[in-house]
Write a protein that binds this ligand. Structure first.
Ligand code: FES
Ligand SMILES: [Fe+2]
Length: 353
């Protein structure tokens, strides 16, 4: 196994993947906001013609365009009022009565791919038509109740969050007052399958009903299916004894090497017999905050790619099997993408090395 992968590599390759950057409802018509995605400062504006994502630097004097304002079809820079359309073209320089076409052309923004789906705004920093968002029909099924949560910032690397989301043996401890009220710390038998685009795990949720603790619907024993679509889109499907289902997704968008924003959502099956959707959401917020504390207090902030550096692959318990499956599959994803892009000509999306 190649143990010398650069720690920068995930950030280079993830630029070609769709990452959620904002919740749709957070960016209203006529608003512009700044974000950090994979170490790149970007802005997103909702113009009357649609969404625009671009580098957060005005080509004139370099001020942040996220400080600007949306004027109908255009984004206007806060400093000298240059205006840009949805294509990123500069269409007006107020200090020039007739701006010469070459000046306007030179003032084009560095624009990024953008789309809106699952109640989230997704950005791809380097165009790659072969990378698509996973299709999750339940999220778009009008009979299911779908709620995209307010995203949560974790001051930890994004792979720490993924490991935490996959981990089945922390419920009794890290979630002692919520999810883990009646959780068994014993590792369930996991059925793990590897696919070209990720992996899947089926296992029973380890819950114990005792005379002292009768778990509520959300803590009770159920079947759990976790599906990871590499690099960082992971769903959990819970099937309860009465056939009710919930489908959760977590996507930790890397902001920097040591910080990510966790985008997440819940879909609830029709006629779910249990807590109301808003109560399920508040419960999930509490659980996520307990996870945040665990992730933010691990050292190092991000899990090293090389197992020899101690981040994984040493001192593991059987319960770490799924987290290690992620680390192995993620390394393979990096290696596969690297060789794919190296083979291609740069004009066809080849990797520029
Ligand atoms: S810095 Fe943006 S218009 Fe001058
Ligand atoms: Fe957790």
């Amino acid at each position: 196994m190649d143990t010398n992968l650069s720690e920068e590599l995930p950030f280079i390759l993830l630029k070609r993947e769709w990452q959620p950057v904002a919740i749709s409802r957070e960016l209203k018509q006529g608003e512009v906001k700044g974000f950090v995605l994979l170490g790149v400062e970007i802005f997103i504006a909702r113009l009357s013609t649609g969404l625009l994502a671009a580098e957060d630097i005005c080509p004139h004097k370099g001020i942040k365009l996220s400080l600007g304002a949306v004027c109908n079809d255009y984004l206007q820079c806060a400093y000298h009022g240059w205006q840009f359309d949805q294509e990123g073209d500069c269409i007006n320089i107020p200090s020039l009565i007739n701006p010469p076409p070459n000046k306007l052309k030179m003032s084009r923004l560095k624009k990024y791919e953008i789309q809106e789906r699952y109640g989230m705004i997704w950005v791809q920093l380097e165009k790659d038509g072969s990378n698509k968002l996973p299709d999750i029909p339940e999220f778009e099924d009008p009979d299911w109740t779908y709620m995209a949560a307010n995203p949560t910032v974790f001051k930890s690397g994004f792979r720490r969050e993924i490991e935490n989301y996959l981990d089945m043996t922390h419920f009794a401890f890290a979630h002692g007052s919520t999810l883990g009220k009646a959780a068994s710390p014993v590792v369930p038998k996991m059925d793990i399958r590897i696919f070209d685009d990720g992996f899947q795990m089926n296992a029973p949720f380890p819950s114990l009903a005792t005379p002292d603790e009768q778990p509520g619907k959300l803590q009770e024993a159920h079947m759990r299916q976790q599906r990871c679509y590499l690099p960082n889109f992971t769903t959990i499907r819970q099937t309860f004894h009465d056939g009710d289902m919930r489908l959760l997704v977590h996507i930790p968008t890397p902001n920097t090497r040591e910080e990510c924003t966790v985008f997440w959502a819940i879909a609830i099956s029709p006629g779910f017999k249990g807590p109301a959707p808003e109560d399920q959401m508040s419960f999930a917020v509490k659980v996520l905050d307990e996870d945040r504390i665990m992730c933010e207090n691990q050292s190092p902030k991000e899990i090293p790619l090389a197992p020899s550096k101690g981040g994984w692959g040493v001192l593991v318990s059987p319960g770490d099997l799924l987290a290690n499956t992620f680390q192995k599959c993620f390394r393979q994803y990096l290696l596969d993408r690297l060789s794919l892009y190296k083979e291609k000509d740069p004009s066809e999306g080849g990797y520029p090395v």
